[in-house]
Ligand binder design. Structure first.
Ligand SMILES: [Zn+2]
Length: 233
């Protein structure tokens, strides 16, 4: 291992299949407590240390500590990091989570890594499940202040209408995420529906709005395993 600046430590790669770098399991050492961190998704940009709860951001091969996770709110979800399932027959594993809260409660956005090494989001709100993926840049989306209920947009070939605008608070993070997400406070979301099973979300947490398109899933359809044991189930 190579010690570098800012107390960060270079990642150590352990590979048995160097011809396929995308699937190399990446191990790292927490720059705060020295605990070993194994990435479940090789493209993760941020993770949390399971031992000291430091929030760690990857810069090239270094891990930098940017903060510490405050106590996560109690979870009523059976999903946890490491839960496995299937989306349209493609296996996935849960690698990270963002928790949001708004005036009617909390919901989880579980970051999932699919078998092809792409990633998506499994949302879990009041036992309603959906899988969504970010769509490429959506140039015609106005900023949050100009977005109105009833406006329509075509994303990924489907027409969607804005149904609700929600301001949510960011209540915590856990595990591996595809971007840095540790200094947010309030986030504006627009929920859009279509005439099909598909829905869309516009996320205003970044300067450029992010668009996600997804579909609701039945709990059984997801074939989830490695669930958290919840009393009374
Ligand atoms: Zn640590």
């Amino acid at each position: 291992m190579v010690q570098s600046g800012n107390g960060s430590i270079a990642l150590t790669l352990h590979s048995t299949r160097p011809e396929r770098p995308a699937r190399v399991p990446v191990k790292a050492t927490c720059p705060n407590c020295g605990g070993e961190i194994t990435f479940r998704w090789s493209s993760a940009v941020q993770t949390t240390c399971p031992f000291c709860r430091s929030i760690l951001v990857r810069h090239d091969v270094d891990l930098r500590r940017v903060g510490v996770v405050s106590d996560l709110p109690p979870s009523s979800s059976a999903i946890q990091l490491g839960t496995e399932g299937r989306y349209k027959r493609t296996p996935f594993i849960v690698v990270g989570r963002i928790i949001y809260e708004y005036d009617r409660g909390r919901w989880n956005e579980w970051h999932i890594r699919l078998a092809d090494d792409s990633s998506a989001w499994l949302s879990d709100a009041l036992a309603e499940y959906a899988v969504s993926r970010q769509v490429g840049r959506a140039p015609d989306v106005p900023n949050a202040a100009k977005l109105r209920v009833g406006q329509s947009f075509v994303f990924d070939g489907t027409e969607f209408s804005v149904m609700t605008l929600t301001t949510a608070g960011y209540a915590g993070v856990e595990g591996e995420l595809p971007f840095e997400y540790w200094d947010k406070s309030k986030v504006v979301f627009a929920d859009l529906e279509s005439k099909t099973e598909r829905f869309a979300t516009i996320d205003y947490s970044e300067p450029e709005p992010l668009v996600f398109v997804g579909e609701y899933q039945d709990f059984d359809q997801l074939e989830l395993t490695h669930l958290r044991e919840i009393e009374g189930w």
